[in-house]
Design a protein around this ligand. Structure first.
Ligand code: HAM
Length: 423
């Protein structure tokens, strides 16, 4: 039996890894511009970090990987970053030294979902969590950050959707109203929506089922059930977004897949041909009760996360290249043991000067070695045989111009540096 990867996972091979690296470098630079600091938390947490009384989402109740370790502790592979980061915020008392913490993170998450295009069982997110202040300008900053990430990548078919669920009381009141509206239609709802009616009616609002959609046409909407405070908050966020130059649309049916949100929620959605139905590139919102629910002080929070696989897909579909073909500075071709030894020595001198260099290990004749050098995209060939070695010289060949010169081995580092400067 040949071994295969776990369902819903994937390997990142070298050419793809370069795209990942480019994306990672890019977003880190954006986070720096916005003055966010990195946090890294474990991939596994005690299950009760995610499994809480106030969290009834499918993601947590049905899709988590839970297991008992050998010490009988119940652990969960994180399905998202937020809850673990808040656990860490509380455990490390980050609130004691800073009124406001602005954190960014990046890493893998695990959800036992049905794999499809853009949906995996292990996937990567980067995101931010800002904890300690309730300020519409801050919400706007977080949305602006998400927007800047997309804009800076030159993605076109992407839009920011925002909505407000209101404060805790407005949200709970709205859920009652929605439930009352749906109860008489219960039998006609899709099985998924029927199951959600009691525990999680909000999620029914963005059901993709055509029958549900029809039934929901005249459904009451969260925005029409906001308290005055929540209404004002949403208006101020929009005002601040306009000041920050963020383009957005209000999507009155936008709800999110986790229960911890109140007030503003938002999503960055792709409308790109060929993208598939999993079109949320990223999403987030405010969570003012989560810190307390995890046993911490009363501190409001807001954040978002992007799915990196989906973002890379979007970039590919829009033909946006973040990386050039990799190039190697120099490649040694040798013909015998003595010249190989010399090359070995020279390699480390060159690398000390930040010159990337490789050596042929195939033992093939010149032609074979040359082929491999070209496949590696080497800018220069460093050809070293018995004759050259006897003269204390080495042949340096520019693979593009094919110009070749014989130089003193002792001058190789300085000369090659100069030559690389000019290519
Ligand atoms: P989420 O909407 O569940 O939010 O996930 C954020 C993003 O992760 C999605 O928009 C999507 O791009 C990506 N994603 C989610 N599940 C998968 C999957 N199975 N395969 C591939 N990509 C996936 C959260 O996780 C919240 N923690 C965001 C947040 C942070 N809210 C406040 N702070």
């Amino acid at each position: 039996m040949s071994l295969v990867k776990v369902k819903g996972t994937y390997d990142v091979l070298s050419s793809e890894a370069r795209r990942w690296q480019a994306l990672e470098t890019y977003v880190k630079a954006v986070f720096k511009k916005f003055n966010y600091q990195e946090i890294r938390t474990p991939i596994m947490e005690y299950s009760n970090v995610f499994h809480r009384e106030d969290e009834n989402s499918d993601m947590v109740t049905k899709e988590t990987y839970n297991f008992e370790d050998k010490g009988g502790r119940m652990l969960t592979l994180r399905p998202e970053g937020t809850a673990g980061i808040i656990r860490s915020y509380i455990e490390n008392k980050l609130y004691a030294t800073n009124d406001l913490v602005k954190l960014w993170y990046m890493g893998p998450n695990f959800r036992y979902e049905r794999p499809q295009k853009g949906r995996f069982r292990q996937f990567s997110q980067f995101g931010v969590e800002v904890v300690g202040a309730m300020d519409p300008y801050l919400d706007a900053e977080v949305i602006q950050l998400a927007y800047e990430i997309i804009k800076g990548l030159s993605l076109k078919g992407v839009s920011v959707k925002i909505n407000s669920l209101g404060d805790k009381a407005s949200k709970q009141n709205y859920m009652k109203v929605l439930k009352a509206f749906l109860e008489p239609k219960k039998d006609q709802l899709s099985p998924d929506s029927q199951a959600r009616l009691d525990k999680n009616p909000l999620r029914i609002l963005d059901s993709k089922d055509p029958v549900d959609k029809e039934l929901l046409k005249d459904a009451p909407l969260p925005l029409d059930h906001l308290s005055d405070e929540a209404k004002l908050n949403f208006e101020k966020i929009q005002e601040a977004l306009a000041l920050a130059g963020v383009e957005y649309k209000i999507d009155k049916r936008l709800v999110r897949g986790l229960d911890y949100y109140s007030f503003v929620v938002f999503e960055i959605q792709a409308d790109i041909e060929g993208f598939g139905s999993q079109n949320a590139l990223g999403g987030g919102g405010r969570y003012n009760e989560l810190v307390e629910s995890l046993g911490g002080p009363s501190k409001p929070g807001v954040g978002f996360a992007f799915g990196m696989e989906r973002l890379l897909d979007a970039l590919e579909l829009e033909g946006i290249k973040m990386v050039d073909e990799p190039k190697l500075d120099a490649y040694f071709i040798t013909f015998d043991e003595t010249s190989k030894k010399e090359a070995m020595k020279l390699q480390s001198l060159l690398r000390k000067e930040n010159i990337s260099v490789d050596l042929n290990y195939s033992g093939k004749a010149f032609k074979g070695q040359l082929k491999e050098a070209l496949a590696q995209n080497a800018k220069f060939l460093l050809i070293l045989g018995e004759n050259e070695l006897n003269m204390g010289k080495i042949n340096v060949k520019n693979t593009k111009t094919e110009f070749q010169e014989l130089i003193d081995i002792k001058d190789l580092v300085i000369n090659l540096k100069e030559m690389l400067h000019h290519v």
